[in-house]
Design a protein around this ligand. Structure first.
Ligand code: ATP
Ligand code: MG
Length: 350
């Protein structure tokens, strides 16, 4: 028999968040609720994920709903956004989009930089944050290498003013550390630097803050993702099976039980090669099919495919991302990726 949503909400009123001495429904902690024949899916927001009561509340929800309805129950826990907390320097940032990959060198920074530019060309206010301590390449790609962000004082605290180029606000973890010292940085230092870039910075009002995340699935990625309300992730892969296998691992990390960050979709980079003198030919040098398989398996779309083009390397190195070009094949591909990212986010907001 179908269960009425209201009955589930009433049942959830039995779950108390002791710290606030009230039930999770009246405290407005229910973020989403989906009920169907087989299961009940509840998404709950918490002010702090590290709070020990997260486990207690999760267990109570499971118990109350299973006892009452006997359905399969899934509980997602999400961090409360700065906005929901009603404060914070990031209150003006609407959507944080993290660009992630399983391993290095697949074109994460290239995608992050060009996605930021494509969104900005579409009239959005955009920032980019380079969180990849081992290879902070965003400043080079945006032609601001060697520059330092300005600092102002507010309430006795230093606030960084992002650099700006091509209409995009830019900050990088590379501003804190010389390249030869990056290996010596411990997790806590990286976290501190990241937090400063996020919250002690004047981002102002942004439609999108694109984050070039460090590659892989370590503690750092987890902490960074847990500490902020990330709207969604863009997965970057190359077509080889070994690359998609790594991306699959990264995707699973972002989809684990206590950390539900939506995967917006996959960008397949270096998807094929088009010889300049034979623009109608496509050579699938790194193979074909593995990205679509992964997208299907994860039930997420392929947001776009970027060919292998020498100009991507040139424009990246010269500090003028290819998405600024007038009408190249690659520019169009990045514009389409930006449109698709916006579409997926709209779906989440709907
Ligand atoms: N589609 C492409 N065609 C040709 N070259 C590309 C393409 N995408 C990226 N590259 C080049 O490959 C190199 C690696 O790309 P990029 O720095 O974006 O990867 P990454 O995943 O950010 O790497 P890292 O893990 O080191 O941060 C760069 O020199 C870049 O210009
Ligand atoms: Mg990079």
């Amino acid at each position: 028999m179908a269960i009425a949503k209201q009955a589930v909400i009433d049942a959830l009123k039995e779950v108390i968040f002791f710290k606030k001495q009230n039930n999770i429904v009246d405290l407005g902690m229910i973020h989403e609720l989906h009920v169907n024949e087989k299961n009940i899916k509840v998404s709950v927001v918490f002010p702090e994920l590290a709070d020990p009561s997260v486990g207690i509340v999760t267990n109570s929800i499971n118990k109350v709903l299973k006892d009452k309805f006997g359905q399969e129950v899934t509980v997602d826990i999400r961090p409360m956004s700065e906005k929901e907390l009603g404060k914070g320097p990031m209150a003006g940032v609407k959507n944080i989009v993290a660009v992630i990959s399983g391993k290095g060198g697949v074109g994460k920074s290239t995608v992050a930089a060009n996605l930021a530019i494509a969104l900005s060309k579409a009239g959005k206010s955009v920032g980019i944050l380079d969180a990849d301590i081992m290879g902070p390449s965003v400043p080079i790609m945006f032609g601001v290498e060697g520059q330092q962000p300005g600092v102002i004082e507010r309430d006795g605290k230093g606030i960084m003013i992002p650099l700006e180029n091509y209409g995009v606000k830019i900050l990088s973890i590379g501003f804190f550390v010389a390249p030869d010292q990056a290996l010596m940085w411990r997790g806590s230092m990286i976290n501190n630097a990241f937090n400063q870039l996020m919250t002690d910075s004047e981002w102002g009002n942004l439609d999108y803050l694109v984050i070039d995340m460090p590659p892989g699935t370590g503690d750092i990625q987890l902490t960074l993702a847990q500490s902020y309300n990330i709207k969604g992730t863009v997965l970057v892969t190359t077509p080889q099976k070994v690359a998609t296998a790594d991306v699959r691992r990264a995707a699973m990390m972002y989809r684990q039980e206590k950390l539900v960050i939506p995967l917006l979709g996959i960008v397949e980079n270096m998807a094929f090669f088009v010889p300049e003198d034979m623009p109608d030919k496509k050579y699938y040098i790194f193979g074909r099919g593995a990205t679509d398989e992964l997208a299907k398996e994860l039930s997420i779309p392929v947001l776009g495919r970027i060919p292998i083009v020498e100009k991507i390397v040139e424009t990246g190195d010269n500090g003028r991302p290819i998405a600024l070009d007038d009408e190249s094949l690659v520019t169009r591909a990045f514009d389409e990726i930006a449109v698709n990212v916006e579409k997926e986010i709209e779906k989440l907001d709907a």
